[in-house]
Write a protein that binds this ligand. Structure first.
Ligand code: DOR
Length: 445
């Protein structure tokens, strides 16, 4: 088994930043030596002075589009983009074609992950209106969670019938992640805009159509239902200030109801529609700067438990269509960590907080053993970052199959230099080793 000593890195871990030598042996971290380490026989050496060493990020919401939508993205490209961005594990969503609504279709996705994912993977079981018995067969130790769309988004996979929702919330035997937007409210707002603009609805109307009210009506009803039934509920991509009152501040431990924020809702605001147009059309929509400020504060307060991407590629041709035809979503895994570290540089978060929300908390929330921290005996999922290496996002450097990024032209100071998955170097200096294979995530629950 190979040995590697990473010397003199600034390790950001467990709420602290400290200088240490880290020894990787095979797929595990063998030593974290704050006092420094002598020569390790047979080990390769990497001098990392001035560089940050972080646990690999764990992204609990991506869409890698395989099977069925592979003209937008696939597991090979999406996982390569993740590796290049310092994300070493991901959890993928069920709105593929076919949708992952049976155990057989779900396991088929795991076979695809095993065949082509260069980082660690898990796939959510999809909840439709008529598959509860299949949903309840999901194994909580080998599958990250259940995913339900309570409002429609890409792929027409909605469950909005009260009786079906009651049954789901009552019976769910493991973490239930939801997309919360209230369709009737959205429809009403859309009809007003169609009457006013016809087919030419300006993108600036998007956050008023998929409104704060539509988010609150759906997420507040879901939280009330989860409280009534004791459901383990995880509300994805919070986009409004108002919804934050639904969640408790403080640490994750003991919470039955948790919340996620996504990088685009922490970075962009409605002022950006003018320059970015439909490239930043997401569901839920990017809303006001005041919403963004409130979500940032909620990350620091603990009302938001994890930060993820909702990486959701579409082709540029698809994104160039008129408002109603243009699909929502954009690629993010390659730039999420640099963007969050940029916000840390600006003082919005601390580096330790970024690591807590992107690496530690997802591991604890999903009870992933031996990952998410830099600890002796734990899996060597690691990221080396140069915090003083300014670079600009260009189309040529992108790994996602869709071939564009909402961050094109953006200058970041933090550059992901190297990424290791289970001790194997999967990304170094702008190149991804496509021969590496990640592992299926396991869950201690
Ligand atoms: O913007 C989005 N795109 N939000 C979602 O919920 C789905 C995603 C997609 O799959 O395109």
């Amino acid at each position: 088994m190979e040995k590697l000593v990473i010397r003199d890195a600034l390790v950001v871990n467990d709420g602290r930043s400290f200088q240490a030598d880290v020894l990787v042996h095979g797929d595990r971290i063998e030593r974290v030596a704050e006092e420094g380490m002598g020569a390790a026989a047979g080990a390769k050496e990497l001098i990392a002075r001035g560089k940050l060493l972080l646990p690999g990020a764990i992204d609990d919401q991506v869409h890698f589009r395989e099977p069925g939508l592979t003209h937008k993205e696939d597991i090979a490209h999406g996982s390569a983009a993740a590796a290049a961005g310092g994300i070493t594990s991901y959890m993928e969503m069920p709105n593929t074609v076919p949708q992952a609504l049976t155990q057989e279709l779900l396991e088929e996705k795991y076979r695809m992950g095993a065949a082509s994912s260069v980082v660690n993977y898990s796939f959510f079981m999809g909840v439709g209106s008529h598959n509860l018995s299949e949903v309840l067969r999901t194994d909580p130790r080998t599958v990250c969670g259940l995913k339900a769309f309570l409002g429609s988004s890409t792929g027409d996979m909605v469950i909005n019938d009260d009786a079906a929702l009651d049954a789901l919330f009552r019976e769910a035997h493991m973490l239930l992640a939801i997309h919360a937007e209230h369709d009737p409210t959205i429809k009403q707002e859309l009809e007003k805009r169609v009457a006013r603009y016809g087919a030419d609805i300006p993108i600036e109307e998007h956050p008023l159509i998929r409104s704060a009210e539509a988010c609150y009506r759906s997420s507040s009803a879901a939280v009330a239902r989860a409280k009534a039934y004791g459901t383990r509920l995880h509300v994805l991509h919070i986009s409004t200030a108002r919804e934050l009152e639904l969640f408790e501040p403080g640490p994750l431990e003991g919470k039955r109801i948790t919340a996620e924020a996504c990088v685009h809702h922490l970075w962009f605001s409605d002022a950006d529609y003018r320059s970015k147009g439909t490239l930043i059309k997401w569901n839920p929509a990017v809303k006001t700067a005041a919403d963004r400020e409130a979500i940032r504060a909620a990350v620091n307060e603990g009302r938001i438990d994890v930060v993820a991407t909702d990486h959701a590629p579409h082709t540029l041709e698809e994104k160039a269509q008129a408002y109603q035809q243009c699909p929502s979503g954009g690629p993010l895994v390659q730039h999420a960590l640099p963007a969050m570290l940029e916000l840390a540089r600006e003082g919005v978060f601390t580096r330790e907080q970024v690591v807590e929300k992107m690496c530690h908390a997802p591991a604890r929330m999903f009870s992933i053993p031996d990952r998410g921290y830099i600890r002796e005996g734990w899996k060597a999922d690691l990221v080396l970052v140069d915090p003083e290496s300014p670079w600009t996002v260009t189309r040529e450097g992108l790994y996602s199959k869709c071939g564009w990024s909402p961050f094109e032209g953006q200058r970041f100071h933090n550059r992901v230099l190297r990424t290791w998955v289970n001790g194997r170097l999967v990304h170094a200096d702008g190149r991804v080793d496509r021969n590496v294979r990640g592992e299926r995530l396991r869950f201690d629950r």
